[in-house]
Design a protein around this ligand. Structure first.
Ligand SMILES: NC(=O)c1ccc[n+]([C@@H]2O[C@H](COP(=O)([O-])OP(=O)(O)OC[C@H]3O[C@@H](n4cnc5c(N)ncnc54)[C@H](O)[C@@H]3O)[C@@H](O)[C@H]2O)c1
Length: 437
């Protein structure tokens, strides 16, 4: 494989695969409808590709795009350039979206995974099918060929909107569980036993990553701005994204309440967030729930620290005036954020914990699953507030934290109150016994 910055290589290509980003820029917080698709990079790259490729080169767009983009945006751009070059044939374009998953199985998630594709005409469809059969493992993971690119594009958007929705719908049940003594983690495990329901998943502190927060937005936007409809048919998809985009704020409330129960002010408290990435055992911090937790608690006056074994720089803070773009940091929705440029990821867990008033288990990284409560409390220098965002603590650990004088709260974990009462009763019984002696 050769990497190059020279567009001249395009002249040699039989097939060009483009995965240049197509963003969705949100203009307000918690309202995905107020936003727009930013496909400038994709449009520019397609123009460059069309300027250099031989006429019969196949161009496969793998980007997740607003449905309609391949035929109604990419095709006209490339055709215009072809005509300028005196090429009379039409560009051969196809769409086949990526289902890659960051993490240990990165390459396998590209090669050994089911693909969907579609070409703009018969020749493009034949070529994209041939290419995918040669490059990815379509023998074990059958390829689906759809009739039109808009169907492949829509498949990706629906697939991710479905995922965003099943995650969002548990947000209200998570609050229900907290207020009614229910452990949602155990409830979900009980439901998953039923094979028809085994894809139910606990949402954690918000749904990050590059894809789920934006993809539904691309679909809603395309309906109006590519296809020209004025009515409002979308209810569930935008609502799901808005719920997911704001779920992390509740973690700040739980932290506030746990601190209050320990009679400690949140203002100026040192709070450690364990995990900066959006999912377990990866270093990708894009739109992670942890970012919002840090932003909200900072706004409320706390001092934040962060630990993540997979992340070296949390650019969302270190470069918050430029990243992800000068105008689109989540910083703009919160007050008191300027000092967060100085936030550095601490890689040494012991150093991160020393002196912490609260610890927030935000991501299910392997190294957080077995942390011993006694060691955590000892390293912190005394009892602290413990917030479990992802069903990381089992009942034994929760009990031990209470025994050590900590306060525990968790997303969807209403049963902690029961464990707390048990520990208090045991303590009272012991004191009575000692008094009777
Ligand atoms: N990352 C994932 O887990 C994942 C999973 C499924 C689907 N996707 C989809 O795949 C697409 C790409 O995602 P990503 O995470 O790799 O994004 P990315 O932003 O990391 O990659 C896009 C790349 O395109 C490059 N680029 C921009 N303009 C260019 C030009 N004119 N010429 C050459 N290169 C140019 C950028 O520099 C960047 O490296 C998106 O549509 C995303 O939704 C990503």
């Amino acid at each position: 494989m050769t990497a190059t910055f020279s567009y001249e290589v395009l002249k040699l290509a039989d097939v060009v695969v483009s995965d240049v980003q197509c963003d969705y820029l949100k203009e307000s917080f918690g309202n995905v409808r107020d936003g727009q698709t930013d496909m400038v990079a994709l449009e520019n790259s397609l123009e460059i590709v069309a300027e250099h490729i031989p006429p019969d080169t196949l161009v496969i767009i793998e980007t997740t795009v607003a449905p309609g983009t391949t035929e109604q945006v990419a095709y006209p751009i490339m055709r215009k350039v072809f005509r300028k070059r005196g090429i009379q044939s039409d560009p051969l374009l196809a769409h086949s979206f990526e289902r890659v998953m960051p993490g240990k199985e990165y390459v396998a998630s590209i090669r050994d995974f089911w693909r969907v594709c579609s070409g703009i005409n018969e020749e493009a469809t034949r070529r994209v099918e041939k290419f995918l059969r040669e490059v990815v493992n379509t023998e074990d993971y059958p390829l689906t060929v759809l009739d039109r690119p808009i169907e492949s594009e829509t498949a990706k958007i629906i697939e991710n909107s479905f995922r965003a929705t099943i995650l969002a719908f548990l947000d209200e049940w998570s609050v229900f569980a907290e207020r009614n003594g229910v452990d949602l983690i155990k409830v979900i495990e009980a439901i998953k036993v039923r094979p028809t329901h085994n894809n139910i998943i606990f949402p954690g502190p918000g749904i990050g990553g590059y894809c789920l927060p934006k993809d539904g937005g691309l679909g809603v936007w395309a309906y109006r701005h590519i296809h020209g409809f004025e009515d409002d048919i979308f209810k569930i998809t935008p609502l799901a994204i808005d719920i997911n985009d704001t779920r992390a704020l509740h973690v700040a409330q739980l932290t506030r309440d746990a601190m209050r129960n320990m009679s400690r002010p949140l203002a100026a408290a040192d709070i450690l967030v364990l995990g900066a990435s959006y999912r377990e055992d990866v270093g990708d911090t894009r739109y992670s729930g942890s970012e919002l937790v840090v932003r909200r608690l900072t706004e409320m006056g706390a001092e934040l620290r962060a630990h993540d074994p997979y992340v070296q720089h949390w650019w969302e803070f270190e470069k918050q005036d430029e990243y992800p773009s000068p105008t689109h940091s989540l910083k703009r929705f919160f007050r008191n954020q300027d000092k967060l440029v100085a936030l550095r990821i601490e890689r040494d867990l012991k150093k991160a914990l020393a002196g912490a008033d609260a610890v927030i288990f935000a991501v299910r990284h392997q190294s957080y699953l077995d942390l011993d409560p006694d060691e955590v409390v000892e390293t912190a220098g005394g009892p602290l507030a413990v917030i479990d965002c992802f069903g990381i603590l089992d009942d034994e650990r929760i009990k031990r934290y209470f025994e050590l004088g900590c306060e525990v709260k968790g997303l969807g974990r209403g049963h902690v109150k029961r464990i707390k009462d048990e520990v208090r009763e045991e303590k009272e019984k012991m004191l009575l016994k000692m008094g009777a002696r």
